[in-house]
Design a protein around this ligand. Structure first.
Ligand code: CP
Length: 312
């Protein structure tokens, strides 16, 4: 449980038992939320800063809700309107916020390794909310929770991750996470977007989408990360959609009870057709719902501890 003394920097630092503990607690919190219990005293008196240097809808707002449901104070920091616009660097920004008495930092940044870099300057838990092309650990945790909720286990499942693997921190965290939990992860996409290094993290690389998806228990689409692409890596979004988009014909190659996941935001009709995105196999809304519970569990384990947990 080393991560409890350090923060959540990446799935790569978690043991299987850590992941199980986080998922178990998240299911407890989901149950609380479903019962309308949305004000706990677990983190009363603690202050958390959400430090977002990149846009976010799901991660930022669900961290805020999670912290508030646990009774913490929350600062939502975005670069817009802050002294970052006057040239203040990240290190000084964080040291300044620390001087105000914060207890944990949730950070999203376009530079890979930023959470680790911050740990050099602050002796507080740092939670990675997505760093460049490196990792997005809470996304992978909520994805694993969603699959476990429907399938009962992650062991022995075939998980197919399709699309822009090379730029995707979600793909990397999920490849590592699902592999640690005993799933087999297959990846496919344009050869310019599928790195050979993915094999090092446990992925099986397939040459086409159909092969990756055939017989899968879980099919995960990814957002095309156009903002991270420095040159044209595929001819057009239309051709991408035709050859690498997930439509009902592709999804029907998976098991009949397969789940469709996507971290969002979705470029409709490019990564997923609206038919499958809004279809019965889609778990996209459930992923978002589970994101709140996962972030509650992570904040609790890093800042509170189960012994403080009680309903008020
Ligand atoms: N999945 C995800 O990270 O979405 P946001 O960018 O909206 O937080």
């Amino acid at each position: 449980m080393m991560f409890k003394n350090y923060g959540l920097l990446g799935i790569e630092h978690l043991e299987k038992e850590d992941i199980e503990e986080i998922l178990d607690l998240a299911f407890v919190y989901k149950d609380y939320i479903n019962k309308g219990i949305k004000k706990l005293s677990t983190l009363r008196g603690k202050s958390i800063v959400n430090l977002f240097y990149e846009p976010s809808t799901r991660t930022k707002n669900s961290f805020e809700l999670a912290a508030k449901y646990l009774g913490a104070n929350v600062i939502n920091f975005t670069t817009q309107g802050s002294s970052v616009q006057k040239g203040e660097i990240l290190k000084d920004t964080v040291i300044t916020l620390t001087a105000m008495g914060i207890d944990a930092v949730v950070i999203r940044h376009n530079m890979s390794g930023t959470p680790m870099y911050l740990k050099k300057y602050i002796n507080l838990p740092v939670i990675n909310a997505g760093d460049g092309m490196h990792e997005h650990p809470t996304q992978a945790l909520l994805d694993m929770m969603t699959v476990k909720e429907y399938k009962g286990t992650l062991k022995g499942l075939k998980v197919a991750i399709i699309g822009d693997i090379v730029h995707s921190r979600v793909a990397k965290s999920n490849i590592i996470g699902f592999s640690k939990m005993g799933s087999k992860v297959y990846i496919a996409g344009p050869c310019t977007l599928v790195p050979e290094i993915a094999k090092k993290f446990g992925a099986i690389v397939k040459n086409n989408v159909e092969e990756a998806v055939e017989g899968a228990d879980v099919v995960m689409g990814l957002r095309l990360q156009l903002e991270r692409q420095k040159k044209n890596l595929f001819p057009s979004t239309g051709e991408y959609a035709k050859y690498y988009g997930i439509n009902s014909k592709v999804l029907n190659l998976a098991k009949q009870d397969a789940l469709l996941l996507h971290p969002g935001p979705v470029n409709r009709e490019i990564e997923l057709t609206s038919e499958v995105m809004d279809g019965e196999k889609s778990c996209i809304r459930e992923q978002v719902t589970n994101g709140v519970a996962i972030r509650m569990a992570v904040l609790n384990l890093l800042l509170g501890g189960k012994e403080y947990e009680k309903v008020i």
